[in-house]
Design a protein around this ligand. Structure first.
Ligand code: NDP
Length: 343
């Protein structure tokens, strides 16, 4: 697939996932305008382009903040496609359940309204499985699909998941009835190679584990997807006509925290002493869940990982997922390469 000389807006271009998307778009022949909050960080993208042997003049940076109106209209002007990846993904959950909604939801409305006004053909939005599988009980046999939506009224849902669910709903509403098409990509936890030493929240989980910060593990597991596949999904979703109006779960498979630790110990034997080998019993968390909202959120996730249907992403977007083991290994290697984990 090649993109012609089209201008493509990528919001939040300094993010972990977005950097992979920007490089892939330019490799595929596109021109990218990236929004960022700190203009000095445009250099991070320039350095990546140089390292990949790609021309700097295929990228331009503009300043826009999800919490402000300024800049969005100019950012979207002349863009045929918009990839909306920006959204807060903090390492620690805020206390207020709705704290992340204003930047996530109102920011999505700002970016997508600008795309619609600019007459963009298609928007691809980075949503999350967090907008799909929360608040539906603990039936671990259930297979979650693109038809499922998280219940923001659930007492077990995290502020991050509330923000992703509200942002995605607002995105569908903003583009309803307009000629600008919408596709959402809903990744599970994203691992895989880092392009530079900037860590996103998902990569920092593995870093903490490799630095010996978890003496024991919770009995929790997740879907995991490689960032290279997430980037490929976004680029395919721009171009595949049948993707229009659909939500695509992207996930290469599920692993428990203990399995992740075992993979790291096997791949990086010199770190094995630091890596946890035991899981913490679940009953104290279940007890604490009676009185604490944070414990309730954790308790709802204990046990086998939720099952995710990533089949449509393979069939419609033509993805072939890396295995979760490959994604763990690639992230572990980059954390060592960028000195974010000391041997
Ligand atoms: P990063 O934290 O690396 O990227 C988040 C991006 O959002 C950054 O570019 C950040 O800008 C931008 N952003 C945050 N708040 C604002 C704001 N107020 N105004 C403008 N920009 C803002 O995380 P990821 O790359 O991992 O996440 C990218 C997207 O993918 C997010 O939408 C996230 O919810 C989603 N996602 C991530 C998953 C994962 O496991 N990593 C899983 C599923 C979905 P700045 O660089 O200035 O901080």
């Amino acid at each position: 697939m090649t993109l012609s000389d089209d201008m493509i807006l990528v919001t939040g271009c300094t993010g972990f996932i977005a950097k992979h998307i920007v490089l892939k778009l330019i490799e595929t022949g596109g021109r990218v305008r990236g929004t960022l909050r700190d203009p000095a960080r445009a250099d991070e993208i320039h350095r990546l382009l140089d390292a990949a042997g790609l021309p700097r003049n295929r990228f331009e940076a503009v300043v826009a903040n999800l919490e402000r109106d300024e800049g969005w209209r100019e950012a979207a002007r002349g863009c045929r496609f918009v990839l909306h990846t920006a959204s807060p993904f903090p390492a620690a959950q805020p206390r207020d359940k709705f704290a992340l909604v204003p930047p996530a939801r109102d920011g999505a409305v700002r970016a997508l309204s600008a795309a619609r006004e600019a007459g963009a053909q298609r928007v691809v939005m980075t949503s999350s499985v967090a907008a799909i599988f929360y608040g539906h009980g603990r039936d671990r046999a259930r297979l979650f699909t693109e038809r499922d939506v998280s219940d923001v009224g659930s007492p077990n849902i995290s502020p991050y998941a509330v923000s992703k669910t509200e942002a995605e709903k607002a995105a569908w509403d903003t583009l309803a009835g307009s000629s600008t098409e919408l596709v959402t990509i809903n990744p599970s936890l994203v691992f895989g190679p880092l392009l530079d030493a900037q860590l996103g929240t998902s990569a920092s989980i593995l870093r903490m584990m490799m630095n010996g910060r978890f003496p024991v593990l919770l009995d929790i597991g997740f879907g995991i997807v490689d960032v290279r596949d997430v980037a490929a999904a976004h680029v395919a979703a721009l171009q595949v006509p049948e993707a229009r109006g659909r939500r695509f779960i992207v996930s290469g498979g599920e692993l428990s925290l203990l399995q992740i630790s075992e993979i790291l110990a096997r791949e990086f034997p010199d770190l094995a002493r630091r890596l946890p080998r035991r899981t913490f019993p679940s009953w104290p968390i279940e007890m604490a869940a009676r009185v604490s909202r944070r414990a309730r959120m954790l308790a709802a996730e204990l046990g086998a990982p939720k099952r995710l249907d990533a089949g449509p992403a393979e069939v419609v977007l033509g993805l072939r997922f890396h295995t979760p083991e490959e994604a763990v290994r690639a992230l572990g290697e980059s954390l060592l390469r960028f000195d974010l984990v000391k041997r």
